[in-house]
Write a new protein. Structure first.
Length: 344
């Protein structure tokens, strides 16, 4: 974790520059209908990027919900390609959309996300500056301002910190398909390279596949590149999401990712056991406090870095509470993930 933090200290903010004649393909894989995507499509219609230089492709896995003229669905963007999925699941939908894409650079996001007007410009300019094979964009949680939401934002900041710091250090561990860009020509031509037998993880399996091939994978530190997505509502949805994330971890083959995940899980189990033990054996409180303090040092350094970037340092108030409950839901999510089954 301290290595991740060291990577974060290497990151420099990037301002969007001018770009000309770079063709982009924005791909949205979805199993939902048009009405649930109007906000994102509206955002894409007002991008500060030449409209003739980018296309929007909807990779449709919705069983016919997109079987209509995009203009009749109140979609503001003038040209939307709808690519039906001949296979099944998100990975198949993405692969077919990438094959149909005409842009040099492919950018993916999720159907429930929102982006700013300079989103495409910031990514395209960074690609021109770095010639990266893959670009990881920052993602931010939004939603109702309540305690549950704040705790999710704080925990998500740590995940974003690991994503950004590990990439900056040259050993990327994970990514988020809600804000991901890559050169079209490097996308694998077979779904098997994306873990076809595992429903989720299209983004991270792709990253690991590229990493093994020595690809240049970069983090884009830009406020304009932020993708905003709603936090889950309710504990049930929260644990289903975390279980889905945990379910794919047992299939990873990247050594650094496996070791990091094992350390996080081991630390969570031990810390959770110590906290529980304090209830029955008060004499354990001092030793448990020391363990929590040591564990908290890299955690808070990583989180502060990301909260500064997102201008949400007020969330640090809830850091002690998250440190106490985190070991329990991480352990529970991993156990649930072993039995998790989902097609999307």
């Amino acid at each position: 974790m301290m290595r991740v933090y060291k990577g974060l200290t290497l990151i420099k903010p990037v301002e969007p520059g001018s770009v000309s004649a770079l063709k982009l393909s924005v791909i949205i894989a979805t199993n939902k209908g048009p009405s649930e995507m109007e906000g994102l499509l509206r955002d894409l219609s007002v991008q500060n990027y030449n409209h003739i230089d980018y296309e929007v492709i909807i990779a449709d896995d919705s069983d016919g919900k997109w079987n209509l003229d995009p203009k009749s669905a109140n979609i503001p963007y003038p040209e939307v390609k709808i690519i039906p999925n001949p296979g099944k699941g998100k990975k198949s939908a993405l692969l077919n959309a990438v094959i149909a894409a005409g842009g040099e650079l492919v950018i993916t996001t999720d159907d429930d996300c929102r982006v700013g007007p300079d989103w495409l410009l910031s990514i395209a300019a960074f690609y021109k500056q770095t010639n990266s094979d893959m670009i990881l964009c920052p993602v931010e949680l939004t939603g109702n301002d309540n305690l549950f939401m704040r705790l999710q934002q704080l925990e998500f900041a740590s995940l974003q910190g690991v994503t950004a710091g590990s990439a900056a250090f040259g050993d990327p561990l994970m990514c988020n398909g809600a804000g991901l860009a890559f050169r079209r020509e490097i996308y694998p031509d077979k779904i098997e390279h994306l873990g076809s037998n595992i429903p989720s993880g299209d983004d991270t399996f792709f990253l690991h596949w590229l990493k093994k091939r020595g690809a240049v994978i970069s983090w884009l530190e830009s406020e304009e590149a932020i993708v905003r997505t709603e936090a889950v509502k309710g504990l049930g949805a929260f644990f289903r999401q975390r279980s889905r994330w945990a379910s794919k971890s047992v299939f990873y083959t990247d050594f650094s990712t496996i070791m990091t995940g094992a350390i996080v899980l081991f630390t969570s189990v031990i810390t959770g056991a110590l906290i529980t033990g304090c209830v029955f054996y008060p004499e354990m409180i001092a030793a448990t406090a020391v363990v929590l303090l040591v564990k908290s040092v890299p955690d808070i350094l990583i989180i502060i870095n990301r909260l500064h970037f997102h201008s949400k340092t007020d969330l640090l108030l809830w850091f002690p509470l998250v440190q106490i409950i985190y070991p329990f839901y991480v352990t529970l999510s991993f156990v649930m993930g072993l039995f998790y089954r989902r097609e999307w």
